[in-house]
Design a protein around this ligand. Structure first.
Ligand SMILES: [Fe+2]
Length: 437
């Protein structure tokens, strides 16, 4: 029986979304792309003798990457001050230090442009700094209630270009900036299209200095984005935005994000072993950086879900690195609990991860993704075997973590393809204590 369109729905009943959109910074990718950073800034309208800020950290100054970027700018007549105090998994206070640096050096108006060179933490520090300088006030004005004031950003500000030195977070293209709020043991995001950078310059030669362990951990984050983005709700399974401006930044998977997810899963799972075991292999590094970019385009447009929702409370409580937390939780959550939501889709993931599912029933094939992913992690030889090894987490800690997940991560859990209650999160956490012996 067809749906009778002559009967109009009551006004309070919202209809499904019919529109998707893809918003990205300009993207420049490839070996020695860093040599085009000044061109990129000019293309964004930066004036002849402009003076900017390079946000980075001490390690990247020491290995020479910051100097390389500085030389490129210098050759083109651009100058930068360097803020190398970015912290790993930055707190509000850490990012405030960068904003204060800007106000001390340049006053309220700030610099002519901003660059972020580093991993996700550095790039997020640069994103938040530019946003607060452009919109005035303080960080907490723009963090969601009840932690902050929840004010909307209205300005993007002067050009911001990001140069990732890890193949993982996708912060170079994402519209979200993550901050830890220490006293509350939670992570908050400032989420707005005004946070997004104007351009990302991705150069694999900037990633070869990343140690094996960090290469593996950041890869797990990237793979998580690709797989979570591939399995979250489709955009037209979500409610229609009342106007384009109110459409959420995590707006569900689309034909475009699915394409990027598929390519990302293949690139990341096919190159991570080489990148970890031989960090100088530029081809593997390039494939990883490209895979992470594609994973981010997919996952950070479609939206992360269950695994990221559980990872935030774990990371806040135990100060574990984001990517390794995602690696520990993915088998039980995304590839375990969620596999029942769409067996054919999860069977495809298993194949993309390299499982031989020939002749298997779809439901059986769907389960192979979990085993294949765990085998990949074991091969890398630098990742923890579960929550127990990750941070000494035991059965007694799980209730607190499950409660925190459902109480603080509702935004992400809403995007999960399978409904999740606290007991489900508890069971997933228990499953993730030991992924292997
Ligand atoms: Fe992530």
């Amino acid at each position: 029986m067809g749906y009778d369109r002559s009967v109009s729905a009551p006004e309070h009943v919202q209809s499904p979304e019919t529109v998707w959109h893809l918003q990205m910074p300009q993207i420049r990718f490839g070996i020695d792309a860093v040599e085009e950073v000044a061109y990129q800034l000019r293309d964004l309208g930066v004036d002849e003798d402009a003076h900017g800020l390079l946000v980075t950290d001490e390690t990247l100054v020491d290995v020479g990457h910051a100097g390389r970027v500085g030389d490129e700018l210098d050759a083109d007549g651009l100058s930068v001050d360097v803020f190398d105090g970015s912290a790993r998994e930055p707190t509000v206070e850490d990012v405030e230090a960068c904003i204060e640096f800007v106000r001390d050096e340049q006053g309220e108006a700030g610099y002519d442009f901003y660059l972020g060179l580093g991993g996700g933490s550095v790039m997020d520090t640069a994103k938040t700094t530019r946003a607060v300088i452009a919109n005035g006030g303080e960080i907490l004005d723009y963090v969601a209630e009840p932690t902050g004031e929840g004010e909307a950003l209205t300005e993007s500000g002067v050009p911001l270009v990001l140069l990732p030195t890890t193949a993982g977070t996708g912060a170079e293209i994402s519209p979200v900036s993550i901050l830890s709020v220490e006293e509350k043991e939670i992570k908050e995001g400032i989420s707005s299209n005004h946070v997004r950078a104007d351009a990302a310059v991705l150069d694999p030669t900037l990633t070869t200095t990343l140690p094996a362990e960090m290469t593996a951990k950041t890869a797990m984050d990237a793979l998580g984005h690709a797989i979570e983005g591939y399995t979250t709700h489709r955009y037209d399974q979500l409610l229609r935005a009342s106007d384009p401006a109110s459409r959420p930044v995590y707006a569900g998977r689309t034909p475009v994000t699915e394409m990027f997810s598929e390519k990302a899963i293949a690139l990341l799972s096919g190159n991570v072993r080489t990148a970890v075991n031989n960090g100088d292999d530029l081809e593997a590094r390039a494939n990883m950086l490209q895979g992470a970019l594609f994973g981010a385009i997919a996952g950070l447009t479609a939206g992360a879900s269950l695994c990221h929702a559980i990872a935030y409370p774990v990371g806040n409580r135990y100060h574990t690195y984001h990517g390794e937390t995602i690696g520990v939780l993915t088998p039980a959550s995304t590839l375990g609990y969620n596999a029942a939501s769409d067996p054919p889709r999860f069977a495809r993931i298993a194949e993309m991860l390299g499982a031989d599912t020939d002749g298997m029933h779809t439901r059986e094939a769907a389960k192979q993704g979990k085993a294949q992913y765990i085998a990949l992690q074991r091969d890398l030889n630098v990742l923890p075997s579960g929550l127990a090894e990750l941070a000494g987490i035991t059965e007694e800690d799980l209730d607190w973590l499950a409660t925190q997940t459902v109480e603080t991560q509702a935004r992400l859990l809403r995007c999960n393809p399978r409904p999740v209650e606290k007991e489900d999160v508890h069971a997933i956490l228990a499953d993730a204590l030991h992924n292997w012996e």
